[in-house]
Design a protein around this ligand. Structure first.
Ligand code: SAH
Length: 194
């Protein structure tokens, strides 16, 4: 038995996202990282998908994709299973021709980078609608939205309105957030297809 003091379990929205998508992950899965950013999620998905899996990653910033390629190489993850696409995730439907088990979004801008290169309400909604079609039955979409900046607040508001209208016979949709944090904390949505 492990007798050491338990570590803090609820850390950030991204940690909770990992825990909540873990039951959906399996070797051979098809996964899409719609906001590659620093590449941590792309690497995680590639590791979990294994050699027989397939991972797509979208980002509008070439530097994000370059550093992600380095990260994948350093981990010796088989790059053949990962397709990095230098374009917006609003092209999801046009680019990914197979249904997906997991589709992830970590919205906003890259911390410590150009704050003007951020996901936008219109393209995010467009992409999430496409993702809901592309998703396999039993698959999951996870979205972290950051209302701390103006465009992020608009994006979250619009996502919330749209997702509340989705037929519960087709999708189960969960919204989770830390309710006692200052500065408009992030919100995590999970969308499971029935
Ligand atoms: N806010 C998060 C990080 C988000 S990174 C955090 O705090 O950890 C978001 C990434 O999305 C950035 O790398 C940005 O270049 C990318 N991005 C912006 N618009 C996009 C779009 N339309 N399609 C795909 N990626 C996009």
């Amino acid at each position: 038995m492990n007798k050491s003091k338990p570590k803090k379990k609820l850390i950030t929205a991204t940690h909770i996202q990992r825990k909540l998508i873990a039951p959906f992950v399996y070797e051979g899965m098809t996964a899409v990282d719609c906001t590659v950013g620093n590449g941590h999620d792309t690497l995680y998905l590639a590791q979990q998908a294994g050699k027989s899996g397939h991972v797509y990653g979208f980002d509008v910033q070439a530097t994000a994709l370059e550093s992600t390629r380095d990260r994948l190489e350093a981990d010796t993850a088989d790059l053949a299973r990962v397709e990095l696409l230098h374009m917006g995730h609003e092209h999801l439907e046009a680019q990914v021709k197979e249904s997906a088990d997991i589709i992830m979004y970590n919205l906003g801008y890259l911390p410590r980078h150009n704050k003007h290169i951020t996901t936008t309400t219109e393209t995010t909604l467009k992409s999430v609608c496409q993702a809901m079609k592309l998703l396999k039955s039993g698959g999951v979409i996870s979205i972290i939205a950051y209302p701390g900046h103006d465009e992020g607040a608009r994006e979250l508001g619009s996502l919330d309105v749209m997702l509340k209208e989705i037929n519960q016979k087709e999708f189960d949709i969960l919204r989770t957030e830390f309710i006692n944090q200052v500065n408009r904390p992030p919100v995590l949505f999970l969308i499971e297809k029935r």
